[in-house]
Design a protein around this ligand. Structure first.
Ligand code: 5GP
Ligand code: MG
Length: 203
């Protein structure tokens, strides 16, 4: 028993120190205020589209777990039109969600057919994930799919899909904060920080 407690303590110290080390050379690209302003602008955009009595749509808003959880939680209370909320869970294989195959963990439910579907995601990088999500929703009979991404990464390449609504256009760097993590760390930061995850791999 004492051994288990001891091992647990070592694990916690390990993660605590790694998480702290990761922020050591980080650079804050966008402050909490920048982030809040961007989310409110996105809400204004969606409200302008859907918050009027003639807009008969009852959109299905889908948050892409887990990265979009903070964005979703901040955006939803600012939407002023009737909507239904649900989530999907999709990620790309591999530790950093980069470069790999798209894997579904929670697929869209059957309430998609005929609907306006607004997909909320944290970041559009190479675009493979959201291209896949959009195609699946269209295959399931969605009438319209609106992609609202909090951050669009300027990667200097054409993406297989474009976002309809973008919060912040960010430089081609790896970021954490506002729901986005590296090795599970720092989803809780209120701003966006650029880090070098490879630095950690060498320690
Ligand atoms: P894509 O298929 O667009 O290349 O990958 C998008 C997914 O990769 C995002 O939903 C996110 O999970 C992850 N991703 C891409 N760039 C970053 C980044 O800079 N930081 C973090 N934390 N995740 C990223
Ligand atoms: Mg994601």
């Amino acid at each position: 028993m004492a051994g288990i407690v001891f091992t647990e303590k070592i694990m916690q110290d390990f993660h605590h120190n790694r998480a702290r080390a990761l922020l050591q050379n980080a650079e804050e690209l966008f402050t909490k205020q920048d982030v809040d302003t961007a989310v409110t602008a996105m809400a204004d955009n969606l409200n302008a589209r859907y918050n009027h009595p003639e807009a008969e749509a009852f959109p299905l808003v889908l948050g892409v777990m887990g990265g979009a959880v903070v964005f979703t939680g901040n955006l939803l209370p600012q939407l002023t039109f009737p909507l239904e909320f649900d989530y999907i869970h999709v990620s790309r294989y591999g530790d950093e969600d980069k470069g790999g195959e798209v894997v579904w963990k929670v697929v869209p439910r059957s309430n998609v057919a005929g609907r306006t579907v607004i997909v909320l995601d944290d970041i559009l990088d190479e675009g493979e994930t959201l291209a896949h999500v959009k195609q699946r929703l269209l295959d399931m009979g969605a009438a319209e799919v609106i992609l609202a991404v909090f951050a669009d990464k300027a990667i200097g390449k054409t993406k297989p899909v474009n976002a309809d609504i973008v919060g912040l256009t960010i430089p081609n760097r790896f970021v954490v904060g506002f729901g986005m993590d590296a090795y599970g760390y720092w989803r809780n930061l209120p701003g966006l920080w650029a880090i070098r995850p490879e630095e950690l791999q060498q320690t």
